[in-house]
Design a protein around this ligand. Sequence first.
Ligand code: IPE
Ligand code: IPE
Ligand code: MG
Length: 238
Amino acid sequence: MPTASKTPQHIAIVMDGNGRWAQKRHLPRLAGHKRGVDALKTATQACLTHGIPILTVFAFSSENWSRPAGEVSGLLELLNVALRRELAALHERGIRVRFLGSRQGLEPDLCAVLHDAEQATQANQAMVLNVCFNYGGRWDIVDAAARLASAGKPITEASMNAALSLAPCPDPDLLIRTGDEHRLSNFLLWQCAYSELYFSPVLWPDFDAAELDQALQAYASRERRFGRTRPATVAVPA
Ligand code: IPE
Ligand code: IPE
Ligand code: MG
């Protein structure tokens, strides 16, 4: 178990591998996405238990619209159904839910469900769950810069930080990607500049609390330098 000071305050996860999980079992890909929701519930509870105040997950990328229409509509429907089903339980546990990403292309009914969930949980303080849906890191940067420019505001690191969709949450300390892929796939490009990266071969539906513990242990053993030199080691007299 990592020590408190070595516990990340913000974890981001690319929840990858749902399709392969299903295909291995000769199930439709959507069955994997459904099990992925269960894995997200497990990860959220594990973060609450560890006292990790912010969890940000990648649920649907700007590029995922390129998937077969049936999978896309299934994912949109799954978000709608899972959110309606889980909202009360999230609220009871004091979890604030936010949705990061463009609302363009989403049905008004889904937009209303997302908006209502954000409103209903906005005062909750136990934990923040940011769900990135129809999200892309490049979209996020361009959208933030365009809003600053049209308001006539200067574009600085501080103003960008404040305008990006993750604000006011700090950058992730730890970025986990499951599913044995080693790339960002357009997730939080700006905000992960100094995040520790952890890649797991485990497919997302199989990523349980013990797997999260392993990621936390790996994180606790990292030395974050942010461009500095290593701390001076004390010379031991011979
Ligand atoms: C991640 O699982 C979920 C989404 C991208 C929506 P995938 O659907 O990418 O699963 P694999 O990578 O095909 O196994
Ligand atoms: C990234 O996974 C997006 C999500 C997990 C939502 P993908 O499966 O879409 O990424 P690529 O296509 O393998 O890079
Ligand atoms: Mg994938």
